[in-house]
Design a protein around this ligand. Sequence first.
Ligand SMILES: Cc1ncc(COP(=O)(O)O)c(C=O)c1O
Length: 442
Amino acid sequence: MSTTAFSAGAGAAGLAPRAADLPSGNDDAYWREVERLFMLDRDVLYMNLGTVGSPPREVVETVDRVHREVAIGAKSAYSDFADVRAVAAEGYGCDPDEMVISHNTSDGMSKILAGLNLRAGGEILTTNHEHPGGDVPMALARDRHGVVIKRVELPVGNDQRAEDYAVAFERAITNRTKVMLFSAPTYKTGTMLPIPLLAKVAQAHGVTTVVDGAHIPGMMAYRFRELGVDFLAGSAAKWQCGPGGTGVLYIRNKVLPQYNPNPLPEFWPVVSSSYPGEGGLPPRSSGPEESYDIAKYLQSVGNGSLAIMAGVRTACEVWDRIGRQRIEDHALELSARLKELIAERWGVPSLYSPKDDPRLASALTAFNPFRDPADVFDEAKSDQFVARMKDEYGIVIRNVDFPVVGSAKNPVPVRISTHLFHQHDDVERVVNAMWDLAGKMS
Ligand SMILES: Cc1ncc(COP(=O)(O)O)c(C=O)c1O
């Protein structure tokens, strides 16, 4: 994050750049202009998108403006927000009837698990690296319905290939498995579980797929329908940089055999104020056209927020204008460079994120920064490392802890996010700072 780039835009509101004014190109100069769309504190290098993003100025202005209009006009928002869902659906590669703007990933995951027809003895096959956003609704399903939760133990580090995940899930499926639920990428190691491969495994066994895709919207340019999954819940406030308290929920609502030939699972829109009072819903579609708009039922819940929904729309429009693929390529290129620099200085074994199989890559990088590798098990030292990176180097990162097969203790490595407002020199800066600090702490 260059001070000069920020200085050029700061303080001169009239000159504040907009996505519509971006020059053409894809070089460093272009990404410096992109950086100027954001309001981030220029004294800090913010590299924790995995926790929360920062809305571009245009999003903040939209939310402000609409909040004022709502206050002045006392406007209500009993709406299915079809216009916002249409813009979002276009960007995420699905139809509006498959797209809900939720409150966040956790909200989406809860609505999915509460809406599925889960029965005692049925199994959910998941992983040992899930977030509470998925773990908690699974635990509720276990305690409420008697569902059994089984976990695949995920490998960590560079020595793995996408096919390993397909094999691990395939081996763990039984004839009682009803749902496969996994994060892609995991928030622990940033490993992008290979969604289309895993969707194929699930399809072959007639199993419903639920993806905790908290980090997908805004980071990856996935066309959701083409992934072949049944459900995907993500955040709109992390990598998508929408207003706080927003998320993206994809629900497969028609049968397109080229992506997923299986019948749609039974699913109830459990939080809704527009579900019919009498007569219920028609049967779910078995063909390429929806039989009803499932997203509308989940979107219509009492009085909503016109301002926040307008902000989500603007965030999607900014991303679509820059180009979702271009953003993914940039974030992943910086992440690949970061992993290479880490491998050069600390060695490949320090990486908990895979580096060499591009199908497993995300823009999250987790690694052990300590000179003495055993220090990664010292949680207090890891916390201190994160705090000193902020205090002494002005760089915000975080740490994560997780089980590793064969290790008695959980490591607590650091995790770094690279995104569209970062530059190559930011990656070098964070690497130099971490190397320097690791030296001081050894
Ligand atoms: C994998 C994963 N799932 C769910 C969540 C929860 O996200 P949200 O705050 O959008 O509910 C997170 C948050 O970091 C996450 O990393």
